[in-house]
Design a protein around this ligand. Sequence first.
Ligand SMILES: Nc1ncnc2c1ncn2[C@@H]1O[C@H](COP(=O)(O)OP(=O)(O)O)[C@@H](O)[C@H]1O
Ligand code: SF4
Ligand SMILES: [Mg+2]
Length: 323
Amino acid sequence: MSDNILYKTVGLKKYYLAKKRGILESISKQPPIYVKALDGISIEIKKGETLGVVGESGSGKTTLGKILATLEKPTEGHLFFMGRPVNNGNEEYVRKKVHMVFQNPATSVNPRMRVKDIVKEGMKSKNDQKVKELLKEVGLDYDYVKDKYPRELSGGQLQRVAIARALAKEPEFLILDEPTSALDASVQAQILNLLADLQKERNLTYLFITHNISVAKFISNRVIIMYAGKLVEEGNSSEVISEPMHPYTQALLNSVPDLNRKQLKPPSGEVPSLINPPKGCRFHPRCPMAMEVCKNNEPPLVEVNGRKVACWLYETNWKKTSS
Ligand SMILES: Nc1ncnc2c1ncn2[C@@H]1O[C@H](COP(=O)(O)OP(=O)(O)O)[C@@H](O)[C@H]1O
Ligand code: SF4
Ligand SMILES: [Mg+2]
């Protein structure tokens, strides 16, 4: 593996049990029902980059983040962190270097702890001076916030505390799960600028999860677009966003309000069930370009002009593989 790759996943799957099986179901040998939250995700995250993860709600973004943070175990597939396979027993080594920041800091920090203790919790040396420096680094005044409880802070201030808490652990890789989605636009911009500055100063690598493609364009070097547990497009973020190849990426972009756009054209229909996803291309029931081949045959992820895309429109050999 190249030295430049910090994290790599191969064929990652995560199937959650849709509901607990009762005694009757076990006796009658009814097969368990699974939610296929991730279904074969292979990605590489380069040192020092921001990889954006974009997709509608329920596409598997948080599940991917939790597996990379070792908060969840994959059902199948492999993880390699700094070239070493991640498996039962060596998660501690990953946890020292990887931390996750969640969308809603009000639920991810302990409401009964004061700010200084929240930040101190993750530090090796529980040192007040270090807490002061960290809070300053995320733009907070130590004397003003140190003895406050989470409920006494605004959403933006609290997200800064959550970022300081993650930095206290001296991570190399931060998984940022919709860290600005709950904030007003101006506060969102401040937090995005803060994250960009911290990345430069501390040489951090980010996985930035968002359903907002404009935010992904601002913050990411590369993006992956996810749909119903699958990776459908991957590439340099400015290229993917200025010239999307996959019909789903095109539909996502057509649903972004923009000062010059007169009409929004979001993808029609609903995100499919992940218990029984559509056969073939999972996007085919909503795709304006769907062809016969798409209904029964899953498109492979192929490389096209330095980008990866999973769509039969770009697979020149599909006639050979279709039934
Ligand atoms: N612990 C769980 N048990 C069962 N289903 C889950 C669990 N966590 C997530 N899911 C399901 O997995 C799918 C993907 O969820 P998630 O990764 O949270 O998507 P996203 O972050 O893109 O909104 C959803 O259908 C969700 O309901
Ligand atoms: S494979 Fe077919 S259905 Fe899927 S995105 Fe491409 S054209 Fe649409
Ligand atoms: Mg999520």
